[in-house]
Design a protein around this ligand. Sequence first.
Ligand SMILES: [Zn+2]
Length: 619
Amino acid sequence: MANFLSNSPDLHEVHSAGPLAVARASLSGDDRLDRIGTGRRKGMAIRAGAVMTQLVQPRLVNPPEGDPGVYVDFRFGRRAVLFDLGDLAPLTPRELLRVSHVFVSHAHMDHVAGFEPLLRLRLNRPRPLSVIGPAGFVRQTECRLGAFSWNLLDGASVDFRLTVAEFDGKRLSVAAEFRARDAFRRRDVPPVDLGEGIVLAEDDLAVEAVALDHGIPSLAFALQESLRVNVWRTGLEALGLPVGPWLDAAKTAIRAGAPDAHPIAITGHGEMPLGDLRDRVFHVEPGQRVVYVTDAADTAPNRAAIARLARGADHIFIEAAFAEADRDRARATAHLTARAAGEIARAAGARRVTGFHHSARYAGSGAVIPAELARAWDPRGAHVDPNGPSTSDGEPNWIRRWRRAGLSPEAALARFDSLPSVAFDELTGSWVGTGMPTGHPLDGLLERLGWQGKQFESAERVHPLIFRHNVALDPALLPLTVALRWPRLARSGPVRAGFHLVRRALRARGPAASLARVEFRGHLGAAMIYHRQPIVDHFRRIDAVCLLGLMQVPSMPPYFFLLTAGGSGSEFRRGIAGIAIRTPAADPNAGFATSEPCPGFTGRPVPSVTGPPGAPQFG
Ligand SMILES: [Zn+2]
């Protein structure tokens, strides 16, 4: 990767304007540090925090119910690496051209089906590609390459080289090179000896691997950035030192742990001891650790191996294939349940966790998998509510009872008052919404019309009404006031059908609401203000994944609803007070693609539009 100076413009990302800034300004210094995820080094946290999140940017290739895979982009160096080679369609050619290394867990189809599309794109370009997989992978690749006719390739072709290596559970053991000029004939080469458990070692990063039991070996990987050494330009100027190659030599010495007395030769300035430079010119911080775990049986050896690999990870991507209730199915197919994934991430002390590889059977189950994962990962956050036991998936019993049997408006309000208020940051992301019955005219109505939930991009950009087919509706155009005054009419078949027909015309042109700090019933907290309607939503925290909402409309009783995190994938990071906070989705409407009702949805079930439940996902 390229070297870089540390005065990155991204440092300013933490200071956004508007109401959010007001909320941040009202926090104490330490709170603010925690919010941007820099618990480790508070002294320089704002700087470190902003940089930490920027240099290595890992993300799921597909939605969590799609093929497994993580794309790790490097901010500097025009380079990326891939974990697994399933469906790569969401990646642009430009992104795929940046990939230097692919780390494949195992050769079940959902993990390797993207090999040919990637090869096809790279074939006529000189940039080499390395693929590392489990035992037998070189032979498997040779067979795949042998399935094509390469008569158009010869010695005059572009010199594209594909290198394939196998990790046998201990080290790289077999390697082969396939060159375009050679019509992709296999040529065995000696595997690089990087030592036990290492599959890639460079100055700036290393990748470690372990072999897990999935019936066959399935590799898990950890990408470890080297110690980050940035140059402090102001410090350089203060000492009157020039920029030059000596900076690289000093960085290398720092990374290698050289002593303070180690001399550094500076062009035109003689020598200076490293110790004098370290604190004044350089800014040193630990590199990021990103871990990728998929397709592993829930066994004690697997758990121990993953926990070792993921120890102290900044971000773990871990499969959460089945709900705990389907543990038998998970065992039969050697996959992890969401609860197991959460427990493992917790045991490893991971600071951020993303669940993926959700079985298609949960397409209609709202946030069941993300909720189970979050509760296992952060049980402390999951039990903010002190009221008694929870069900097997961790949902508080009182919610389930309320959902099933309803609650009087007074009891609902008392419940609302007993819960803590919510800060702006806690709302960021996608939420699945469900009405909570209290005999209100709106009970069940929004769901019947196809309401899916809410999306908070930022304090200024809130989409309060995300409907099926990814449509964010403009509440001002919605017959919401009609519905409130004539609920029976709104519920009627013809109106519903008419609503579905005109829904696209009601599409919101932009965010329809924003957040403000509002005092409500004795609590100061985030409230959502509709831009063009006299409606305010207030929120209270139930647990790590659920909020209770109260919609306030003039001269109407309050309307209660539940928001469950996990509209888009199941990614959580540590937040204030250890509560798991949903991280924002890249696509404002992502996660609402499966048009299925939320859990506890009181209307009629709606068939999925994204494919039949139970579509094959797992090899
Ligand atoms: Zn598999």
